[in-house]
Design a protein around this ligand. Sequence first.
Ligand code: GDP
Ligand code: MG
Length: 177
Amino acid sequence: MAGAGEKVDYVFKVVLIGDSAVGKSQILARFARNEFSLDSKATIGVEFQTRTLVIDHRSVKAQIWDTAGQERYRAVTSAYYRGALGALLVYDITRRQSFDHIPRWLDELRAHADKNIVIMLVGNKSDLEEQRAVSTEDAKEFAEKENLFFLETSALQATNVEGAFQTVLTEIFKIHS
Ligand code: GDP
Ligand code: MG
């Protein structure tokens, strides 16, 4: 991890979007601080967290933005999307509705963000397999049709969280370095 006085070669903004309670804030807590909380309170105020990593011998600062409880349709402002080079589009594998809303989030993202934005569809809470309401196949098919990367994650068990961000950041790096 880079310390104070670190030399940063690139700063990449990545946004988290998706319905409320799908686990966006916990995915971010896991990635940025390796923390998880089962009773996370709804996020207050727009905020981002950063983590610096090395990609291809370059120091890349990921600036990850989390919504501030504005997950109602069209409540996320264009400032949130501005300058974003990557996005994690998150649903909860145990909540069908959160997956059914993904096309809306995708439209909104494509309307506001950079046209080369790298998008990863993320099915979170993969640890709750017995409550699954969205099959991996359905999600994979949707992702292929829409040209998105796709992974199922568990912020709780730290499964694929690192991989999801790594993939997005590496892809952004390929486009913008
Ligand atoms: P957000 O509204 O999308 O930011 O969702 P939160 O990150 O606040 O998470 C909503 C709830 O789901 C909280 O109670 C979290 O502890 C829980 N949660 C988040 N990720 C996971 C996960 O991977 N597995 C399980 N079982 N619960 C999770
Ligand atoms: Mg949140």
